[in-house]
Write a protein that binds this ligand. Structure first.
Ligand SMILES: *[C@@H]1O[C@H](CO)[C@@H](O)[C@H](O)[C@H]1NC(C)=O
Length: 452
């Protein structure tokens, strides 16, 4: 479990952030690309999207990862994909605390430190605690996550390998953290990944850096399979041409999260007392979190409804706070689906567009064969009023974060295979997918639109 979204924001950070926007709004709109670029005729010929195979699952692993090649010669590292934070970091081969990987899988910096006078360094320090004594000093960083985990280290810049879907490969230099002091507090601590891939909206994020270099449009999407695995894409060429539900990104979010709202909660298609939820879309969080009040109401709704069923609370299963057992241990989500009603989030200011949460999107089956509620109390873990849509609820959907048009979209999909729209499919090079072996084990090279 890792709620990567929430870094502790001191008041002065907030002030500085506001100031930043007072000074830079014109610059920001000037650099964003003209909208009509999107309607290019030759959609496939100048496509510049990249796609990565995703590994992992919600339970038991608690994370979804991609492998990225870094350095020269390139070496592969696995990163937890995190739309809830900005900074990408990798466990560092330096005297290291909390490095869980064997030494040969640690990243070795070599004279490639980012200097503290650089814009990138200023970008991770939006607080005035940061002191850059001399511009050529190294750039230290520290990130804290909502689960109290953290990484401390130094910023470096190195080549990463970005394989475009058209078969070309580019190797831009990207800044990221070399983490030599990690703390883990999650349920599955310590995590087994080499690092975190920060895909948030801030300027240091992996996505923002690729976009600033002119390599990719400011869009990502992921499809996380309920069976494990899936895919992650950069750029807008792989957005399905139909069926996507779009809602505007919530503009007021200080931490530059991908958030939307307000939303009300529906239970079995009916309105509940829960409304006005601001929701953060966060692939770095394994589970979904609601504020205490909404959480308690949800637990009551689900539990009261189960009274008619032959399910009892499984108090001895400590996998998650609330679990139920059946007459026999459950083997799959398919077996429990009929006991539980669907939930849905309805976006109040977006024509009540809905984000469906079928039982598979809020339950896990534990190794003991019980069904546990994958919606947790966010207030209890320090999220206060924030609500997070985590991996469990993002599964079996293509979820798109479109910073070009400031909107978030989703559509049901089979994430076991690559689902793309037809225009792209025609120009999609099987050469790339087969040669690089990207879809060899889990994603057979079948390309087609998924309509469910
Ligand atoms: C693939 O796309 C990139 C980015 O648009 C472009 O620079 C490159 O020339 C393209 N390669 C091929 C083989 O078309």
């Amino acid at each position: 479990m890792s709620v990567k979204s929430w870094r502790i924001v001191a008041l002065h950070t907030v002030m500085l952030f506001l100031l930043f926007f007072v000074i830079f709004p014109l610059t920001l709109s000037a650099v964003s690309q003209p909208r009509n670029l999107k309607n290019r005729n030759s959609k496939t010929s100048d496509a510049s999207s990249a796609i990565f195979q995703v590994e992992g699952n919600v339970y038991p692993l608690g994370h979804y990862t991609v492998s990225l090649s870094i350095g020269n010669p390139p070496k592969l590292y696995d990163f937890d994909i995190d739309s809830g934070s900005d900074l990408t970091w990798v466990q560092c081969d330096a005297p290291c605390k909390g490095c869980t990987k064997p030494p040969d899988q640690l990243y070795k910096p070599k004279n490639n430190l980012v200097q503290c006078g650089e814009e990138l360094c200023a970008g991770i320090h939006l607080s005035n605690e940061y002191q850059c004594a001399a511009p050529s000093d190294q750039c230290d960083y520290e990130v804290e996550y909502a689960d109290q985990g953290s990484s401390l280290g130094v910023l470096v810049r190195d080549q990463i390998t970005l394989p475009y879907t058209n078969g070309s490969v580019v190797r831009p230099r990207i800044g990221f953290g070399c983490g030599y002091h990690q703390k883990y507090f999650g349920l599955n601590s310590p995590p087994s990944t080499a690092g975190v891939l920060g895909l948030g909206r801030g300027i240091v994020s992996f996505l923002s850096q690729l976009h600033a270099l002119g390599l990719i449009r400011d869009v990502i999407g992921h499809c996380l399979s309920v069976k494990g695995g899936g895919f992650l894409f950069f750029g807008d060429d792989l957005i399905p041409s139909s069926g996507v539900v779009w809602i505007p990104m919530f503009p007021s979010s200080l931490e530059k999260h991908y958030s939307a709202g307000p939303a009300k909660l529906l239970f079995d298609g009916k309105l509940t007392s829960i409304k006005d939820l601001e929701l953060i879309f966060d692939s770095g969080s394994s589970y979904t979190y609601l504020n205490s009040e909404a959480y308690q109401a949800t637990v009551d709704l689900v539990s009261n409804d189960l009274k008619r069923q032959k399910l009892e609370r499984a108090i001895d299963d400590d996998s998650l706070p609330i679990c139920w057992k059946g007459a026999k241990p459950f083997k799959s989500l398919g077996e429990v689906k009929s006991y539980f009603k669907p939930l849905a989030l309805s976006f109040q200011k977006a024509k009540d567009l809905q984000f469906q949460l079928p039982p598979e999107s809020y339950l896990i089956i534990t190794k003991h064969g019980n069904a546990c509620l994958g919606i947790l109390d966010g207030t209890e873990v320090g999220l206060e009023k924030l609500n997070i849509i985590g991996d469990i609820s993002l599964q079996d959907k293509i979820v798109i974060y479109d910073n070009e048009n400031k909107k978030i979209g989703w559509v049901s999909a089979n994430c076991d295979r690559l689902s793309v729209n037809r225009e792209v499919e025609e120009g999609f090079p099987r050469r790339y997918a087969t040669d690089s072996g990207i879809f060899s084990d889990r994603c057979p090279a079948i390309y087609g639109t998924t309509e469910k």
